[in-house]
Design a protein around this ligand. Structure first.
Ligand code: F3S
Length: 426
């Protein structure tokens, strides 16, 4: 890999041992990937504060700097960690203090995370604590090179915002934070961003449920390729595209998609394919739609629902408001819990707007920072859960060994209020 002068200097230790270790990692990583060079970045979304038993031991025995070196730089070194060189934010992590007594999540991990927030906050990590940093202040512009983790955020950044990032890892984002560099390959290169597959929706795709189901179909159909989606599409909003992308990255490994006339790098179908021949169409029709619905619901047997989960990826303000409207004047079934996962910053707005109070009066909760899949916990005794998220329906049964139902927000709220799943595909 060709290194620029500033990169060689960092590697040679001109900016201290931590930056040298970070550059060493990026060079090894870039060479393994076949990258020819590094690119400059000013936007990292990674995970520094996520608690774990390994981190607890490292901190206890050697301190926070050693934990960063080991986990975030893959280094055996023992050195001070400098201030982050470029803007860096923390993605989702474990549950925080407000979930104590609600989520069966260890108090020691909450404490470890709070300490981590203090340490890394002082080193320049913005504690956004959400899988949707683009909803709360980290909004890269078109063409901006970034180093982001979290598959649902990566696909949103590339596709909806036109920013450029691969799906990075804990160590590569840790190194990027200290250097402002990341290997320039994959989604950073224009030639790797054009569409490879054409999907046509032959049925109307309108609203959150349908965008999620279409995304689940697309991810399964194209796996790690780059779909271009056309057809009977009603104009999506932020939540629809958030759900669509997260679903493509759950059933498959999509990191970028195009919707001609909607996403920024696809003003036309031809532009989406970069002028190359348009491939054969994969049709998403009534049969395919029903198959997706049945797949997402084939992990539900009992209709007795004891947990309802909304907000995956973390809820937008509109989604919180919609849940509040659906819950207004109602009470949850005594045996059923309802959690809405949201970025903490939006929870503050929801509090001020009165949405949280309506949700809490009904018996529901707006929780932040994490989610059941991330923290691997659901309310005590959960056997059957319902969700409006294709991603959670895909992952949570395998992670927690529970049954799942997938449907609309209104069907989920109905299940929370009655304790019974009554959803169906219309
Ligand atoms: Fe976010 Fe958890 Fe879903 S981290 S994308 S709410 S699985």
């Amino acid at each position: 890999m060709r290194l620029a002068d500033d990169e060689k200097a960092m590697l040679d230790g001109a900016e201290g041992p931590a930056v040298a270790a970070a550059m060493d990692l990026l060079v090894r990583y870039g060479e393994a990937l076949g990258a020819e060079r590094l690119c400059d970045i000013r936007n990292v979304a990674g995970t520094m504060t996520q608690p774990s038993p390994v981190k607890a031991r490292l901190v206890r025995e050697h301190g926070w700097h050693k934990a960063y070196a080991t986990i975030n730089l893959d280094s055996d070194g023992d050195f001070e960690i400098p201030h982050m060189r470029v803007p860096t934010c923390q993605l989702q992590h474990g549950f925080g203090e407000d979930a104590l007594g609600v989520a069966p999540y260890p108090r020691e991990l909450v404490q470890l995370q709070q300490d981590a927030e203090s340490y890394y906050g002082a080193h320049g990590v913005n504690i956004l604590a959400t899988c949707t940093p683009y909803q709360v202040g980290n909004l890269p512009v078109r063409g901006e090179h970034c180093a982001w983790m979290e598959s649902s955020a990566v696909v949103y950044a590339n596709s909806v915002l036109g920013a450029r990032t691969n799906c990075e890892g804990t160590a590569s984002t840790g190194a990027a934070s200290l250097t402002g560099k990341i290997p320039c390959w994959g989604n950073h290169l224009p030639r790797n961003r054009y569409g490879t597959h054409l999907i046509e929706a032959a049925v109307p795709v309108d609203g959150f449920l349908d965008w999620g189901m279409l995304g689940y179909f697309v991810g399964d159909a194209v796996q790690e390729n780059r779909p271009v989606v056309v057809g009977d599409l009603r104009r999506p909003d932020l939540a629809d595209l958030k759900h669509f992308g997260a679903a493509t990255a759950s059933s498959g490994g999509v990191e970028i998609y195009h919707i001609p006339g909607i996403t920024p790098e696809a003003p036309t179908l031809e532009a989406a394919f970069g002028g190359a021949a348009v491939p054969e169409t994969i049709v998403y029709g009534e049969r395919e739609r029903r198959t997706v619905y049945e797949t997402l619901n084939d992990q539900g047997e009992s209709t007795d629902v004891d947990f309802v989960l909304l907000g995956c990826p973390h809820a937008s303000l509109d989604q919180i408001a919609r849940a509040a409207r659906a819950l207004e004047g109602r009470r949850l079934n005594p045996g059923t819990e309802l959690w809405i996962m949201a970025p903490r910053a939006l929870r503050t707005v929801a509090d001020r707007s009165g949405y949280t109070e309506i949700i809490q009066r009904a018996g529901g909760r707006v929780l932040t920072d994490s989610c059941p899949a991330m923290s691997r916990v659901a309310p005590e005794g959960t056997r059957v859960f319902a969700t409006d998220s294709a991603k959670q329906a895909h992952y949570l049964p395998a992670i927690l060994g529970i049954e799942a139902w997938f449907g609309t927000l209104e069907e989920c709220v109905d299940a929370a209020v009655t304790g019974t799943w009554r959803g169906e595909l219309t």
